[in-house]
Design a protein around this ligand. Structure first.
Ligand SMILES: [Zn+2]
Length: 261
C-alpha cells in the first residue's frame, strides 16, 4: 500500500493558524502555499520582504537567485541582511535568515546572475515567479521565460520615493512586461538605486505588496493585479492604479497569448 507522506511536519501547522482562520485562505489555501514552488529573482531591497513574508507564510520551496554580496549601503533597506553578514553572498545571507523564520520552508540559494543561468530551467515547474531585480535586462529575460512556460510573474520596481507592482500573465490574457515596455532603454537611461537613491521603507511597502499578491495568487484569494499596474508615491502618500493591456503581436508573448473569454 502506498501511503502518502504528510504535508506538514509534526508541530508545523499551528504557525499558520492565522492564515487558516481567513475564509479566503483556509486549510486548502494553506496547503497550496505548502505545495508551492516560487522563484524569486533578487535578494535585495524588494527581495527582502518578499522572501521574509513568503517563508513566514509557509511556502514550501523558494528558489532565490542573486549574484551580489551584502554591503554596508544595503543595510538601510535590505532588512533580510545584517551587519555581521557583510561580504557574504546575499542568497546565503537570505537563506540563513529564512531558516530562522521558518525552518520548514526549503530555500534553494543560487549565487548567479539570471543571464548566466538558464532562465527557462529555473522557471520550469514553478508555481509563480517574482521579479525583485534592479535591472531591466534581467527583468526581460525572466519575463520571456515566464511567458514561454506559462508561469505568472509578479513584478515590482522602485526608484527614489515611488514604486509599482503588477502581475504579468499572458497565459490568462494579461499583458507581459514586453507588452508594456517593448524596447530596452539605453544603458545611460537605466537608473538604479545606486545612482538615483531610494527611501529605505519603500522596498518594504512594495515588496510586502508583492508578497501579498503572491499569497493571493497561490491560494486563489481575492483579485490579483492582472492587467493592473499599481503605483505608490511614498513622498506624497498616494496610490493609484492604471489599466494595462497586451500589445497585439507582442514579440515575447504573442505566440503564447490567449484572449480572455
Ligand atoms: Zn507581451
Amino acid at each position: 500500500m502506498n501511503i502518502q507522506a504528510p504535508l506538514y511536519a509534526e508541530g508545523e501547522l499551528p504557525r499558520y493558524e492565522r492564515h487558516i482562520l481567513l475564509r479566503e485562505i483556509g486549510g486548502q489555501g494553506q496547503a497550496r502555499l505548502k505545495q508551492a514552488r516560487v522563484l524569486v529573482i533578487g535578494a535585495g531591497g524588494l527581495g527582502a520582504p518578499v522572501l521574509l513574508y513568503l517563508a513566514a507564510a509557509g511556502v514550501g520551496q523558494i528558489t532565490v537567485v542573486d549574484n551580489d554580496k551584502v554591503s554596508l549601503s544595503n543595510l538601510q533597506r535590505q532588512v533580510i541582511h545584517s551587519q555581521d553578514r557583510l561580504g557574504m553572498a546575499k542568497v546565503e545571507s537570505a537563506r540563513c535568515t529564512l531558516m530562522g523564520v521558518n525552518p520548514y520552508t526549503t530555500v534553494v540559494p543560487l549565487e548567479a546572475r539570471l543571464d548566466a543561468v538558464s532562465a527557462a530551467d529555473l522557471v520550469r515547474g514553478k508555481t509563480l515567479a517574482i521579479d525583485a531585480t534592479d535591472n531591466l535586462p534581467s527583468r526581460h529575460t525572466l519575463n520571456a521565460a515566464c511567458a514561454a512556460a506559462g508561469v505568472p510573474l509578479i513584478s515590482g520596481a522602485i526608484s527614489q520615493w515611488e514604486g509599482q507592482v503588477t502581475l504579468y500573465d499572458p497565459a490568462s490574457g494579461a499583458p507581459c512586461l514586453a507588452c508594456l515596455f517593448p524596447v530596452l532603454p539605453p544603458d545611460d537611461l537605466q537608473t538604479t538605486c545606486t545612482s538615483a537613491g531610494v527611501m529605505g521603507a519603500l522596498p518594504g511597502i512594495i515588496g510586502a505588496m508583492m508578497a501579498a499578491e503572491a499569497i493571493k495568487e497561490i491560494t486563489g484569494a481575492g483579485r490579483g493585479l492582472r492587467g493592473r499596474l499599481l503605483l505608490h508615491d511614498a513622498l506624497w502618500g498616494e496610490s493609484r492604479e492604471i489599466a494595462v493591456h497586451r500589445t497585439a503581436g507582442c514579440a515575447v508573448c504573442g505566440a503564447h497569448h490567449k484572449d480572455p473569454t
